[in-house]
Design a protein around this ligand. Structure first.
Ligand code: ZN
Length: 138
């Protein structure tokens, strides 16, 4: 496993705290599984996201992608780290891993629970041998 160390333990804890905060806004009447995310950009901004479910299920959206799309829609796509908070330390789904990979193959990913416990990974730990823009023949 790669050892991401661009942030300090205090910074990991702070970003996770912001993910826990974002989790409070989760709209999850079907799964009742709240997820919060906090995405740190290179210029120091933090974009928060929560999961948003839908009665038709398919249109539901994960917290991580909400955070990414908020940032990209404002012209920001240079990402340093993302913290993801759930009740039990659940990991990002495969779709979110692929979306994060598009912008930051070596992103630092802090996966934590609501008590503040966390583990730190790189995106390449979570999505090895991934497919990205450089594979497309243009
Ligand atoms: Zn996801």
């Amino acid at each position: 496993m790669a050892q991401p160390n661009i942030l300090s333990p205090d910074q990991y804890a702070d970003l996770l705290k912001q993910a826990i905060e974002a989790r409070n806004f989760a709209y999850v009447p079907y799964s009742n599984y709240k997820v919060g995310a906090a995405l740190l950009t290179a210029d120091g901004r933090v974009y928060q996201g929560c999961n948003v479910e839908n009665a038709a299920y398919g249109p539901s959206m994960c917290a991580e992608r909400v955070a990414v799309f908020k940032a990209v829609s404002e012209g920001v796509s240079d990402f340093v780290a993302i913290a993801v908070a759930t009740v039990n330390g659940g990991t990002p789904c495969g779709v979110c891993r692929q979306v994060l990979r598009e912008f930051a193959p070596e992103l630092t990913v802090i996966i934590g629970d609501v008590e503040g416990n966390y583990k730190v990974f790189t995106l390449s730990d979570l999505l090895p041998h991934s497919f990205g823009p450089e594979h497309l023949l243009r």
